[in-house]
Design a protein around this ligand. Structure first.
Ligand code: BDP
Length: 716
């Protein structure tokens, strides 16, 4: 199997299991047209049941007697029209995108508040039976938040920024592809995890997408995804009005200039003419060199509201990214801190954004690192809709070459209680809108699937996409339960498969954290370019503000109010107090908040910081060595192709974790001059150096960074 079918394989159940249930062979889909997601639901039920149980399933769109064994899928409204309101008396009130699933009678009922909700219900039913779960159930379920979107970082030339699964499924050669079959297949996957919106292009956006050909392309993508209940939106370049487009080239992009406002209104109207259900815009402004309202001394809110007003008459949403910072920060300034930027920029703007603006906030204050506290901005958006930006793409987390099951990390943020006004303020309750009574809010996941058959480049990484949808619907979902559902659907219900994938996945975060950067120092990866592989030296002496502040004696960012950058003071008082004080800061965020000597002892273990570094990097890499061998237990229990491709990646990870271990340990050993108590770091007695071989056709060279090879040399 290539992985293309992901968790929607509808593989036949073993006969002994299939025998326990008789799925109806008639599906009634009360759809109004073929672009109605209810129609898609009918087709999906047919395909799924035929795959899982064999036999033939017929789909009708006329009503049948309610006592015949059948599956009825419909919106609640259509159902009532067909059968009368008395037949729906038992269905509780359904809020937006909610559905009712009832398998207790002869007729399975799948009723959605709207078309896409009916489709969600169909996928839910299929997911249960595909796992051999035939229990009689009757329940309604509703999303925690209205915005459940994915963000693609696809460039118009077909390359994907931070994409590790091949080129774009949407774009090639500067335009939207003619063949959108992969987009349709992706839409099906997304609908099955209840995603209702997609931003199709990179946040570092290209204005030419707004040209007529681009707008028509957006329309074709929207047409392709409409049957899946997914609305399409795009990222915008703030300077588009002066980018020489057919709508007239202006000399300014000042958001308060009337010609600029008219320009955007015109563009927006043009898009809505082609795509009446267009979702809205995503804007990255004044960040990493991108243009924005600050260029004209306008506030970020003035910039955001310009788009929001253009979208408002059409019901569109403006997602405005809080990832605003200057990437030329002066490192010699001890008080400078990129982590402060989001709250500094947005704190005073709460209450002045239009009501169709949602501020999209990365989960942590820096940038998708292996360990971050939650962004304190979530506590400051009381009168503004907020969405959390999560990254399914493992940009800093091994780029799909290292196993990293993300939900436990996401839970560390979503479940965090910010204690605004000394009251429970879970991040998940902020983004759902519950905590501050907002109607808009939710989840944005950076996905970056590509044309690779595996979608993300790695089979096991797909658990993250699946889990993203599940958590966006219900942020209280248990990481392990979600993973096991995914495993059963993607691979098998074999207990060895479930156990192995569960164990490896749940160990993956602590393992990766141990060998890449622990105690809250963040991922010690190459910061300037690749974001892959160890390069702790690059974490200082750069303008990007991802600093460790390491020197010969000490390490860590002092982010306290008393001595440091003041970041800890951006949290509500109860939380600020915890992080301000080194004795109450958890060890796993110690170096995030405090600058300490290498010889400082940890509360948890009594070890020094430097010895913890050495030991953790050894322990993490050692555990990574076991992943491939534990996976080998599954030979013959899953198909050869996915077995082998996964084994290849886990073996790569085993090797690369050693590169990580040694590079980081050598670097800090060299910098601090403090010996490893276990005498491993600095000497590799068991190693045979490549340059010690008789070299035929190879030359010895000095590697850079030096600490990525023992003796600082490699062969080429
Ligand atoms: C950084 C990525 C960069 C993105 C940026 C963003 O390295 O490619 O453009 O985030 O989110 O982490 O805007």
């Amino acid at each position: 199997e290539t992985g293309h079918a992901a968790w929607l394989r509808y593989a036949p159940l073993p006969a002994s299991v299939a025998r326990q249930y008789s799925a109806p062979s008639t599906v009634v889909a009360l759809n109004i047209s073929e672009v109605d997601p209810v129609y898609t639901a009918g087709q999906e039920l047919q395909k799924g049941i035929q795959g899982i149980f064999g036999g033939k399933v017929t789909v009708a769109n006329t009503n049948i007697s309610l006592s015949s064994p059948a599956i009825i899928v419909s919106t609640l409204g259509q159902y009532v029209k067909a059968y009368g309101s008395e037949t729906a008396g038992h269905v509780p009130e359904l809020t937006d995108d909610a559905f009712w699933l009832d398998t207790t009678g002869d007729t399975v009922q799948i009723l959605g508040q709207n078309g896409r909700a009916a489709l969600y219900g169909a996928f839910e039913y299929l997911s249960l039976i595909a796992q051999g779960n035939f229990s009689k159930v009757a329940y309604a379920t509703a999303p925690d938040a209205p915005i459940r979107w994915v963000n693609q970082w696809d460039n118009m030339d077909g390359h994907i920024e931070r994409g590790y699964g091949g080129d774009s499924i949407v774009f090639s050669n500067g335009t939207i592809k003619n063949d959108l079959q992969r987009v349709i297949d992706y839409g099906r996957l997304l609908a099955s995890i209840r995603i209702n919106g997609i931003i199709i292009n990179n946040v570092n956006a290209n204005a030419t997408l707004l040209n007529p050909k681009g707008v028509d392309g957006i329309g074709r993508v929207a047409d392709a995804l409409r049957p899946y209940g997914i609305q399409v939106g795009i990222s915008l370049n703030f300077a588009s009005p002066s980018a020489n487009l057919v709508y007239g080239n202006l000399t300014t992009f000042d958001p308060l200039n009337q010609t600029v406002i008219d320009w955007w209104t015109n563009v927006t109207d043009t898009i809505y003419d082609r795509v009446p259900d267009f979702a809205g815009y995503l804007v990255k402004a004044n960040s990493e060199g991108q243009p924005g309202p600050l260029t004209y001394n306008r506030t970020l809110a003035e910039g955001a509201n310009m788009f929001a007003s253009a979208l408002k008459p059409h019901g569109g949403i403006l997602m405005f990214r809080a990832f605003v910072y200057d990437n030329h920060i002066n490192e010699t300034n001890w008080k400078a801190d990129r982590a402060n930027a989001a709250v500094d920029f947005f704190r005073d703007l709460d209450g002045v954004f239009d009501d169709n603006v949602v501020v999209q906030v990365k989960y942590g204050p820096i940038d998708f690192q292996v360990r971050e506290p939650p962004s304190p901005l979530f506590a400051h958006l009381r009168q503004t809709g907020a969405a959390i930006e999560l990254q399914i793409t493992q940009e800093y987390l091994g780029q799909q070459c290292h196993l990293f099951y993300l939900p436990p990390l996401w839970h560390s943020i979503l479940d965090f209680d910010l204690r605004s006004d000394n009251k429970s303020t879970l991040v998940s309750d902020v983004v759902s809108g519950k905590r501050f009574n907002r109607t808009l809010g939710g989840y944005a996941g950076v996905v970056n699937v590509g044309v690779n058959d595996t979608w993300l480049g790695s089979h096991l990484s797909m658990s993250n996409l699946y889990a993203f949808g599940r958590l966006a619907w219900d942020p209280h979902g248990d990481s392990e339960t979600i993973l096991q559902d995914w495993t059963r659907l993607t691979f098998s219900s074999d207990p060895a498969v479930i156990e192995t994938i569960t164990d490896l996945s749940l160990e993956s975060w602590p393992t990766y954290e141990s060998y890449t950067g622990n105690l809250g120092i963040q991922t010690l990866t190459d910061i300037l370019y690749t974001h892959f592989g160890p390069n702790p030296a690059s974490q200082d002496n750069n303008g990007w503000g991802q600093w460790t502040r390491a020197d010969a004696d000490s390490i860590g960012m002092d982010r306290t109010v008393s001595n440091g950058t003041g970041f800890s003071g951006q949290y509500p008082p109860e939380v600020a107090e915890v992080f301000e004080d080194i004795s109450t800061t958890p060890d796993n965020l110690l170096l995030w908040f405090h600058h300490v000597n290498y010889t400082t002892k940890l509360k948890s273990s009594g070890k020094t910081v430097i010895q913890h570094f050495y030991d953790a990097h050894y322990a993490g890499a050692e555990n990574a060595q076991t992943f491939a061998t534990r996976w080998e237990r599954l030979k013959g229990k899953i198909d050869d192709q996915r077995y082998n491709e996964t084994l290849f990646r886990l073996r790569y990870q085993a090797g690369h974790s050693i590169v990580w271990r040694d590079a980081i340990n050598e670097f800090y050993h060299n910098m601090s001059g403090i010996a490893d108590e276990a005498k491993r770091v600095g000497s590799h007695p068991w190693r045979i150096e490549a340059e010690s071989f008789d070299l035929d056709g190879y030359d010895v060279y000095q590697v850079h960074p030096f600490h990525t090879a023992s003796n600082f040399t490699g062969i080429v």
